[in-house]
Design a binder for this molecule. Sequence first.
Ligand SMILES: O=C(O)CCC(=O)C(=O)O
Ligand SMILES: [Fe+2]
Length: 184
Amino acid sequence: MSELAGANLNQGHTTGNINYRLCDYSPDTAAPDSDNGCGAHTDYGTFSIIFQDGTPGLGIEDAKQPGRWIQVPGDATIILAGWCTVILTGGCIQATRHGVRRTPGVRRLSAVLFVAPDLDIELKPLEGFCLNRAFSDKIMTGGVDVKWFKDVMGKKWRHREGNEEPDKYEAAAQDEIIEKLVWD
Ligand SMILES: O=C(O)CCC(=O)C(=O)O
Ligand SMILES: [Fe+2]
């Protein structure tokens, strides 16, 4: 990714802020007929690697044609950039929106490795990157650190898993909140 970005993205990745998530899209669910596996979203970190068990369901949004979804073959392993990369590279690298549709009655397993910068890193474009798009003042003045970002994004998962009650963050789509913070 550093090569793609044309600058060293390793900086700020010293403490191993890495998480690993195993997803079991089990047919044994409260809504067995629903095809909603994991709603459209963008991961928060530097990049994520998605390993799949061969079962299709994962889709990515075409960055050039928002609203157009491309189905990923079930046996593909993919690497997706997240929000931290967008900000650190001054918008030179885009993040990939993705989501999972279940096939009712079919179990799907995936394993996702999330790599992110150290929690105390201020999220603003790294030196050496030209600004591809204007960022908000809050971002440009270093007002958001990785920990804040991770907490906001984590709320969605804890709610989905039933470990946290919805609050105002759940009322609007997660990406909308982040986009507002990053660009406006
Ligand atoms: O299950 C998948 O293939 C993707 C899961 C995902 O996007 C995530 O956990 O952030
Ligand atoms: Fe994801």
